[in-house]
Write a protein that binds this ligand. Structure first.
Ligand code: C2E
Ligand code: CA
Ligand code: CA
Length: 567
């Protein structure tokens, strides 16, 4: 690691450092660390330092500032330096044994921090070099903003800084690392936000220690998410342990999850490199046993497929490669099941890849970049046209539910769009049912509830999808504006798993019933499941037991043969 670290330097040109330090031993330590690379000018007091700066600031590369000085204090010197626009190009590194001062100094505009007692001289030199390198590029100053809470760099600055490091260390193997706290929300809920903030600050300090020691830079990108860019190493577990600060309850430590893109490809955008680290982190999502994910070939393949799908999207819409399949839903309340409606599920007939890419792959991808809106609108229109076709051709109205992604709910024109589609196809609003997932409700419940209320006022019927997969409680059924509850498939799976335990399922059906909300069970595959659900009072059943999702023309058979039950 030391080898790589020492490569973190730019050129052999000698530069000038102003060291503001009254302790002779410390002066010597710094002199020894930088000799051969820098010329050193020493000031023993703040006053002396300010005079030197005012006379020679244009020839100085950096100021190393001890906080504990006789006379005017280091912090004051820092404030003065940072208040003079002419000195804005002059980086200041603060040196002190008072770790509490760190955040204050950083927020006052110190670019970096060297803790006392001084680390090995190589480390000192690396940090000075890095800062000087950085400041040689004036543009970067625009981004010198810090995260207020932790004093770490913010993401924008971090990215620019990382690019800058690359310029000077093209060949040094480097790692992109992301980490965050597992269930940080719960910590905030349990201990309060102030305590949560303290934990973040603690972690930030530890992270800074790590990069101070080993080289590299760190930032907080947002909330509990941090990023590190550092010389390549292999001991990620050591970092993770060092970062796992106490939770503050006297016994436990914070649990972190980490994603590593090791030995990055420097031809990729910096954002992309951290996307890869993020992918690696996602791969260990809730795996407490092994919380470190390393970007590998399988992720690379997934990434390439994702790129390809995004690239192919416009052509796919244009050429109508997206095909809507329909899966019937049967009302099971009577003696014989009766076709009640269908769900529209999109399929991609890709010209090269065929139908192998499942919506489980491309839907989340399109949700990430917003393309889902275009796809959903397409599916809604196709579906509405299909309902209209059945009406005309077979003289029967089959309501069909379409999936409304949580992203769609942020579209201010959503209601107009839906109304437009319904109208253009001569339908009434009750014929196009809307499925909204439970997780959309929990994400931003006020906004969503408002939006959904508006749709319902217009007459749209709302089915809450995947209920039981998110975090909402059963009690929210009492005020959620919904017309039907679709129980999550996983939920059915576990009720009918190795051990049959249908108590929870039954309780949910009963509760929904007591609020006057019909329940839909999906993913129902066996006759046994059907009869149990039916006995428990489940209203509607969807699943392979009745049929897989079918292309529209094959779906005709349900309508034709079952038509009598509709009249
Ligand atoms: P979902 O809305 O929960 O849809 C139900 C999924 O379960 C469908 O998967 C369906 O084919 C599958 N399924 C139905 N019955 C059974 C069964 O008995 N057993 C099993 N094992 N599976 C069954 P599919 O079509 O692969 O869709 C996956 C997800 O993709 C959907 O989950 C939905 O969230 C999303 N999706 C599909 N089409 C669209 C769309 O047009 N727009 C949006 N926004 N999302 C869509
Ligand atoms: Ca659905
Ligand atoms: Ca579902």
């Amino acid at each position: 690691m030391t080898d790589n670290k020492s490569k973190f330097r730019i050129s052999e040109e000698r530069r000038r450092i102003l060291l503001v330090e009254d302790d002779i031993i410390n002066q010597e330590m710094i002199r020894e660390s930088v000799s051969g690379t820098y010329d050193l000018i020493v000031a023993e007091t703040g006053e002396e330092a300010l005079t030197i700066i005012s006379e020679r600031y244009e020839t100085l590369s950096i100021v190393l500032l001890d906080l504990n000085l006789p006379g005017i204090k280091g912090i004051e010197v820092l404030k003065i330096i940072r208040s003079v626009p002419a000195y804005s190009r002059l980086p200041v590194i603060v040196m002190t044994s008072d770790s509490e001062a760190e955040v204050e100094c950083l927020s006052l505009g110190a670019i970096d921090f060297i803790p006392k007692p001084y680390p090995a001289s190589k480390v000192i030199l690396a940090r000075i070099l890095r800062t000087v390198e950085l400041f040689e590029n004036r543009d970067i100053l625009r981004f010198t903003e810090r995260d207020h809470l932790t004093g770490l760099y913010n993401k924008e600055f971090f990215y620019r800084y990382a690019e800058q490091l690359d310029l000077y260390h093209k060949d040094a193997p480097t790692d992109a690392i992301v980490f965050d706290i597992i269930r940080f929300r719960t910590i905030n809920d349990r201990f309060g936000k102030t305590h949560g903030d303290e934990i973040l600050k603690n972690i930030a300090r530890k992270a800074l220690d790590i990069v101070n020691e080993a080289g590299g830079i760190v930032c907080r990108s947002y909330a509990d998410k941090f990023m590190i860019y550092c010389p390549h190493r292999a001991d990620y577990g050591v970092i993770l342990n060092a970062l796992s600060v106490p939770l503050g309850d006297g016994e436990n430590h914070v649990r972190l999850r980490m994603g590593v893109y090791s030995d990055v490809d420097k031809t990729l955008d910096i954002e992309r490199r951290f996307d890869r680290a993020k992918m690696a982190s996602d791969s260990v999502r809730d795996n407490l046993a092994s919380p470190i994910g390393i970007y590998d070939n399988s992720m690379r393949e997934a990434e390439m497929l994702a790129d390809r799908l995004i690239n192919d999207f416009s052509a796919a819409i244009r050429d109508k490669q997206f095909v809507v399949f329909y899966q019937p839903k049967f009302n099971v309340r009577g003696d014989e099941p009766v076709l009640s409606s269908a769900e529209a599920l999109v399929r991609w007939k890709h010209p090269k890849l065929g139908m192998v890419i499942s919506p489980g792959t491309f839907i989340p991808l399109f949700e990430k970049n917003g393309l889902i809106q275009e796809l959903d609108r397409y599916v809604w229109s196709e579906t509405a046209a299909q309902i209209s076709d059945w009406k005309k051709r077979l003289n029967v109205s089959i309501p069909v539910s379409v999936n409304v992604s949580r992203i769609d709910l942020y579209d201010p024109n959503l209601t107009d769009r839906l109304l437009g589609i319904v109208k253009a196809n001569g339908l009434s609003v009750e014929e196009l049912l809307l499925e909204i997932t439970e997780s959309a409700y929990t994400e931003n419940s006020e906004h969503i509830v408002e939006k959904v209320e508006k749709l319902r006022k217009l007459g749209f019927k709302i089915e809450m999808d995947d209920f039981g997969s998110g975090y909402s409680s059963l009690s929210m059924l009492s005020y959620m504006p919904i017309d039907a509850l679709k129980l999550d498939m996983q939920f059915i799976r576990s009720a009918f798993g190795e051990r049959i335990d249908t108590r929870l399922l039954e309780a949910m059906i009963r509760l929904a019933d007591s609020f006057g909300v019909p329940t839909i069970a999906e993913g129902v595959e066996t006759a046994e499941q059907v009869s149990v659900l039916k006995r428990m009072g489940c209203d509607i059943i969807q699943g392979y037991y009745f049929s897989r999702p079918l292309p529209a023309d094959e779906f005709d058979k349900f309508i034709k043969f079952k038509q009598p039950v509709f009249v």
